[in-house]
Design a protein around this ligand. Structure first.
Ligand code: 13P
Ligand code: SF4
Length: 345
């Protein structure tokens, strides 16, 4: 079957009545027609992962969004990820299957609240974890992801206070890894990772003493201390490829996919309850509807777009580390005409 605009159905619920293979066929046909690419986060439902052109962690997905030649990006993840894709590819149409798929951690900090914190710490550099709104990114000096937070913090001069938003656990991990004592952490967290507890880790270790324990840095410090490896979701996929037995301290979606890919290996979730309901809001039916109707489009205010692009680009360009502000930037900054940037080029 090749889908045409005339055979499209009205609502996502109408699509939910179709069999899964018909939905997959429709998604593939429409994707071709629109020259679209489907980007899927590692926590998506397995059936969404199977129709994604690119799967990855936040950093990999950002890079893919910046590089793709497609005209349309369909983002199967949460809202801040689709915003990031739009920031990095402003000329492209960015769609989400369900606009309500937000990240509660990102919602911990608003632009106004961050401005107030910045006013209390003049001269500090602001690091925004990518799990934040585009508005917050635009107010920040540089972004980071779970896989480069330590490197981003290291790129900022040691004597400069860092305001780290919104994840207190990732901030604590970066502080511990870098030995920095001047990090002011926002009190936000991810409910999925913050809820994992030591008792669950101990029980999983007792049941699988041979397994490596791999934990995401959004988890609490006491859990990270007990982990064999702390890494992002993409880092976990690499570990799954080389290890025979792994206890995954992260969301179940990634564990389910690894189990499917390597059925003979021992892969277990650290916590059976670690499920991100927000990530799971995307379904095949909503994805088919989204492609057929070219909805929901993610758009951004141009000033937010510009500021967030600067902070994200600094992160993507980081390989060179800290670059001091130019003479002109320093002059504007001293005159209060430029917000004090971290100076990463
Ligand atoms: P990763 O960047 O490691 O994929 O994490 C994103 C996320 O939302 C984790 O909860
Ligand atoms: Fe946000 Fe946590 Fe869900 Fe990731 S797992 S999208 S940080 S709520």
């Amino acid at each position: 079957m090749s889908s045409t605009l005339t055979d499209r159905l009205e609502t996502p619920l109408d699509y939910a009545a179709l069999p899964a293979d018909a939905l997959v066929e429709r998604i593939r046909a429409r994707k071709e027609e629109l020259n679209a690419v489907i980007l899927g986060h590692n926590y998506q439902r397995v059936e969404i992962q199977e129709v994604s052109d690119y799967l990855g962690d936040s950093l990999g997905l950002s890079q893919e969004a910046a590089d793709t030649e497609a005209d349309v990006i369909v983002f199967c993840g949460v809202h801040f990820m689709a915003e990031t894709a739009k920031v990095l590819s402003p000329e492209k149409t960015v769609l989400m299957p369900d606009l309500r798929a937000g990240c509660p951690m990102a919602d911990f900090v608003t632009g106004d609240a961050l401005r107030r914190l910045q006013a209390q710490h003049p001269g500090a550099a602001t690091v925004a974890y990518v799990n934040s709104t585009a508005e917050v990114k635009a107010l920040s000096d540089i972004c980071c992801t779970s896989s480069n937070a330590v490197r981003v913090v290291e790129s900022i001069p040691e004597d400069r206070t860092i305001l780290f938003v919104p994840d207190r656990n990732l901030a604590a991990y970066a502080a511990e890894q870098t030995g920095r004592e001047n990090i002011v952490a926002w009190d936000g967290y991810c409910y999925v990772h913050d809820d994992m507890v030591l008792e669950e880790l101990a029980a999983a270790r007792r049941a699988h003493p041979e397994a490596k324990v791999v934990v995401h840095p959004e988890a609490r410090a006491d859990l990270l201390e007990q982990a064999d490896i702390v890494t992002s979701t993409a880092g976990m996929v690499d570990i799954a490829e080389r290890e025979e037995a792994v206890i995954f301290g992260t969301e179940r979606g990634l564990v389910d996919r690894m189990k499917k890919r390597f059925p003979l290996k021992t892969f277990v979730p650290l916590s059976g309850a670690a499920i991100c309901g927000n990530m799971k809001m995307n379904t095949l039916a909503k994805l088919a509807w989204c492609l057929d109707h070219r909805q929901h489009e993610v758009t951004l205010d141009p000033s937010v777009q510009e500021g967030a692009a600067r902070a994200l680009q600094r992160m993507l360009d980081l390989s060179g580390g800290w670059t001091p502000p130019s003479e002109e930037e320093a002059r504007l900054e001293a005159a209060g005409l430029r917000s004090s940037g971290c100076g990463c080029a």
